[in-house]
Design a protein around this ligand. Sequence first.
Ligand code: CR1
Length: 735
Amino acid sequence: MLICNCLAGLADLGFRIEDVIEQEHDAALGNGGLGRLAACFLDSLASLNYPAWGYGLRYRYGIFKQEIIDGYQVEVPDYWLDFNPWEFPRHDVTVDIQFFGHVRKSTDENGRTVAHWEGGEIVKAVAYDVPIPGYATPSTNNLRLWSSTAASGEFDFQKFNNGDYESSVADQQRAETISAVLYPNDNLERGKELRLKQQYFWVAASLYDIVRRFKKSKRPWKEFPEQVAIQLNDTHPTLAVVELQRILLDLEGLEWDEAWNIVTNTFGYTNHTVLPEALEKWSVPLIQHLLPRHLQIIYDINLYFLQSVERRFPEERDLLGRVSIIEESQPKMVRMAHLAIVGSHKVNGVAELHSDLIKTTIFKDFVTIFGPDKFTNVTNGITPRRWLHQANPRLSELISSKTGGKDFLTDLNELNKIELYVKDKAFRKEWADIKLANKERLAKHIKASAGVTVDPTALFDVQVKRIHEYKRQQLNIFGVIHRYLTLKAMSPEERKKQQPRVSIFGGKAAPGYWMAKQIIHLINSVGKVVNNDEDIGDLLKVVFLEDYNVSKAEIIIPASDISEHISTAGTEASGTSNMKFVLNGGLIIGTCDGANIEITREIGENNIFLFGNLAEDVEDLRHAHTYGTHEIDPDLNRVFQEIEKGTFGSTQDFAALISAVRDHGDYYLVSDDFHSYIETQALVDDAYRNQEEWITKCITSVARMGFFSSDRCINEYAEGIWNIEPLRVEKEEGA
Ligand code: CR1
């Protein structure tokens, strides 16, 4: 009903709804899978009627806009907030946040030492609320984003009138800097003071909000963990553990043990990566300077923790150093993951392999200390509302016609009903038509944005995600070059028998990640040569789509035949686009990594193209590269020689990509996996030629994807970690 009214209302005003929708800007709040997972979770929480809020920072400049100029990535600021009709400024909801200063201790009337954090500076946090409506329910949750401003809210008129214009606005500007910009790294941490300021600003404002709401209920503090669950989405908000302990201890007057019991029963911690360069550490002097009281509390948490470990494991002297929250380096560092584990009652990974890996590698000692029950797995999921219904309306419609309505959008296991139609001619025809239409739409987009003409009947091979060496876009582009060389060496007759392919790439490189930027440059350079080679024609096209984001994903994902999830085994915690691609009727070529493994288990190994070494072999292979001989795969060597000949232009730019594999230990095992990658890509070509079989694989896979709904995932968090139940809400009619 509502949508009809909107259509009619807009028409009266002389607008088309499509044009109005086009005006909406993607939220620029995240880098990659971590943020997008949170967005799926918010959708599920509201749709399942869980009373839950999201908290974050209202970045003035979120993730940058990517332009490709002469084959290179150029970063441009994205003014996403200039038009954002979804946010509600809440000037009535503000919190004063303190930084710097010093700690004074006093003794109260009971002889108890009380800490007072004094001095320093105050910055004001202002709430901006973004409503999160659930699907087919009146429930609407809230995403509260904090924006920073000077505590006075206006600049110093005294200074201004005295002609000191510059310093009159300086305070305001310094305060606003805190929420000004999102650090654009995915899976990489750099210990910058401003980032630590952002983290504390965000968690302090959010906790103040949560505590204020709890105090209104007038319940005793011991009930706090029954009323409130806080999930740490990676370690970035871990200071919340310390902040809650500070509130309970210094402001509410609780004893240490009572407070700590409340804290640890409130928090849960989700680990999203095992990459060492992504594990957060903050220097002790930096925390001391910015948050002097918090550093004292961190030291106390660590002291009591290490004392308890020592009591239980008196013989194991090394253990204390390994699990300590403080790393005894120069300077000393606070290990945020250790703090998050010690401060939480549950720790989870995001796919089975990943959850096993954290238990046996980076957090092994903590399993010994806390026991295995503290560690659990919650495999990631995606919302079918956005990633099927919205992104692929025709497929959603077809599924709905066979499953008896839209129930599959709230119970994704309903998808299994379509397996009954796998042999149904009309169903298969409509299925194939939808895929072709989606590919035609993408072909148009490719023409408009990259200027390349592609044949929509070719096999569309897609890798879209952040550019990172561990995700191995370099393996993909080396494979593309190998394909090009193989085609070039063929006679025209032989070429005619080959499966035409369009290799589509998209993704942003962190501005400071030089190697990732070289990968983008190589992809574009290869495209330039291949796409203009008349011998090759439509047999191979290589496209880099600029500025990959959620809106582009909604066009790209439904148009994929095969998508690439080819990280070095053990490095991709889960991946979530793998789920989106399969749900949209595309197959996967992938390594035994992250959620690929569970996708295989669900859809069947005949419906996925797996290749490469296993996680359990990675350590030995790396060791062999360093200490033994490292023979580069001969096909890969041919690729390297071609690049070095200058076939794709500037050899200098690409030298580092080659030497990372050939001379510097090949940390990501590109050479080790190259042969099986190429062989498996040949299997993909063969399989695609048999369209009937291919469509059967696609339909079967979609039918078996029910497990990967973020609704299942959120229910697991609710039951296993938060101990909350959904509210009973009348279902909305006609949704
Ligand atoms: C992982 O790299 C996972 C998402 C969401 C990322 C990716 O494999 O799907 O998290 N990790 O769980 C991350 O961003 C900081 O860590």
